[in-house]
Write a protein that binds this ligand. Structure first.
Ligand code: ASP
Length: 586
């Protein structure tokens, strides 16, 4: 390989990216730099597909033009990095390649510099080749070069820019908050960072900037935002990562509607940069409605709701009136198909009436009418078979119905095709319950987080009837995925203390964990509220992917490992000693 003078790249200016070349450039000289995507040697003529971030361009080397240069082109291997100079030529009609945007032209090379060689890549760049995820993650720098990853990462950048643009336009300030901090309560375990100068003491990485952003409101920065990394040590699933990115914001003096007014254009613009039009405002639904019609707090509106039937069902001897679930356009289901749905419901405590013909005609007719069933739709009835369960037994029942609705809806998607990934159904779910019952610990926990305001009408129920206290909280939901949550916060010290008490925190514990917030609230805290949206999930859906790892440049595996750099890894004993840490078993 020749050595390239250090100032070479500055002198030989790139005049085009691969994606830019058009017929109109014909006759002009182009300088292109990029990677050898593919090489075809026809003997006397070599074609290479030169690739950069913007696409692919064909470059031609001809023996009859420059035999020396052709020899050099023979050395090129996959993923070599080159600079090519040449004249842009229009291709003859029979050689036009309509598969690439620059397919009407090619560059006839007059010089070639090999800027770097490449080992044979661990997998080809072609999208069609299925590569195991482990290998992709180990060689992530190569994987990120593949066109679909480039598309995803570029989309992520565009969405982040769209978010910044809309928020700056609305007067928000981008303010950073610390990564090395003390515990923030978002319900997961903390990642801890040991302090060397204070042995035995630890920082916690933030689960979110929640308390800092609230304190920024106390400080008078009335519109804050940050595109920020959050860290939660929890069991990982397809849409979870130990570190993930939130679009986090907070405002002073808002009602929930004001937060929605900020978020809706932000989300619409993010969709627009991904090529999708969505209408705003988004519909709103209370948590109560979501549970009664979908059995879940993040309804996928692309599938029809279920319906609680009205009438006399004494003959069925159920704990609650039954629910009718419609699955559109399934056609007549076989006995085996119905049995599968029935078994799914039964496992979740439901009594499933999978064949309406076996029910009293009036009940069957009621179910068909109430669900608006049409020819070819399948309707089943679900009731609660056993004794009512849980603090809100009605919700336990609806949740099971919701699971059956989703299972059946997903199962027969190939027939009704309603779960179109490009159909974006956004929804605000509002008025969540303030508390959730924690079965294991036999106590109430905050459904959102403990800084959430209770509904004015429910303040008196905080201690007497926690199960029926509604919070001023809201979730943004898209196609059954929770994109983010937020709330109007508690801004008064006395109310915050009451909520801590309802959650079973002693005054000392509240002081120890959140003393600085409690103190801050006493120095002129304005009413405030905010929200955080998951950037990874938003981009995942806009990119049409089903895992957030596809839109995160350097993600971790389900076991929290970075396969490329090998984190987490043991550290030398000396480092542990400095930190005053001794591992158990030593
Ligand atoms: N900090 C919250 C969360 O991470 C969001 C919020 O309430 O603004 O879910």
């Amino acid at each position: 390989m020749e050595s390239v003078p250090l100032d070479f790249l500055g002198e030989l200016r790139r005049t085009h990216t691969c994606g830019e070349l058009r017929e109109s450039d014909s006759g002009k000289t182009a300088v292109l730099m990029g990677w050898v995507h593919r090489r075809r040697d026809l003997g006397g003529v070599i074609f290479i597909h030169l690739r950069d971030r913007d696409g692919v361009t064909q470059v031609v080397f001809r023996a009859d033009k420059d035999a020396e240069l052709l020899k050099k082109a023979e050395l090129l291997g996959a993923e070599y990095v080159v600079a090519v100079e040449g004249v842009v030529e229009e291709r003859s009609a029979d050689t036009v390649n309509s598969a690439i945007p620059t397919g009407r032209v090619e560059v006839l090379a007059s010089s070639l510099l090999i800027l770097n060689e490449s080992r044979t890549p661990p997998f080809p760049m072609e999208e069609s080749v299925d590569v195991k995820e482990d290998v992709r993650l180990k060689y992530r720098y190569v994987d990120l070069r593949r066109p679909h990853m480039q598309r995803n990462i570029i989309l992520r950048s565009r969405v982040a820019f769209a978010v910044r643009q809309t928020l700056y336009e609305q007067g928000f300030l981008e303010i950073e908050t610390p990564f090395m901090t003390s515990s923030t309560p978002e319900g997961a375990r903390d990642y801890l960072v040991p302090s060397r100068v204070q042995p035995g003491s630890f920082y916690a990485l933030p689960q979110s900037p929640q308390l800092f952003k609230q304190l920024l409101m106390v400080s008078g920065y009335d519109k804050y935002f940050q595109i920020v990394r959050c860290f939660r040590d929890e069991d990982l699933r397809a849409d979870r990562q130990p570190e993930f990115t939130q679009i986090d914001l907070e405002m002073s003096f808002p009602q929930a509607e004001r937060i929605f007014e900020v978020i809706e254009p932000l989300v619409r613009y993010s969709c627009e940069v991904a090529g999708f039009d969505v209408a705003i405002p988004f519909p709103r639904m209370t948590y109560e409605e979501a549970m009664r019609s979908y059995g879940i707090d993040k309804p996928d509106l692309r599938l029809p709701p279920f319906h609680v039937l009205e009438g006399d069902f004494a003959s069925l001897e159920l704990a609650f009136p039954p629910v009718a679930i419609r699955v559109p356009k399934t056609g007549v289901l076989s006995r085996r198909e119905r049995d599968e749905l029935k078994a799914f419901g039964t496992e979740r405590g439901l009594r499933v009436y999978d064949d309406l013909k076996k029910l009293e005609p009036a009940i069957a007719e009621n179910a068909m009418r109430t669900t608006g069933a049409e020819e070819g739709d399948y309707v089943m009835l679900a009731g609660w078979a056993g004794a009512p369960k849980g603090q809100r037994p009605d919700y336990t029942f609806f949740q099971a119905c919701g699971q059956l609705r989703l299972f059946a809806g997903q199962k027969y998607n190939d027939r009704h095709k309603l779960l179109d990934p490009q159909m974006f159904r956004f929804l605000w779910v509002v008025d969540f319950p303030m508390f959730e019952w924690n079965e294991e610990e036999s106590r109430w926990t905050a459904a959102h987080h403990p800084f959430t305001s209770v509904h004015d009408a429910d303040i008196d129920k905080l201690v007497t009837d926690p199960a029926h206290c509604r919070a001023k909280s809201y979730d943004l939901v898209l196609n059954g995925v929770e994109l983010g949550s937020g709330s109007i916060r508690i801004h008064r010290r006395d109310v915050q203390s009451k909520v801590f008490a309802a959650l079973g925190f002693s005054e000392e514990e509240a002081q120890r964990r959140f003393g600085y917030l409690l103190e801050g609230l006493q120095y002129g805290a304005p009413p405030h509220g905010g929200i955080a949206l998951g950037l990874d999930r938003l981009v995942m859906i806009l990119a049409g992917e089903s895992s957030i790892r596809e839109v995160i440049p350097f993600p971790k595996t389900a076991r929290g490992t970075d396969l490329m750099c090998g984190a987490p890894s043991p550290v030398p004993a000396r480092q542990l000693r400095e930190l005053g840490i001794r591992l158990s078993g030593e």
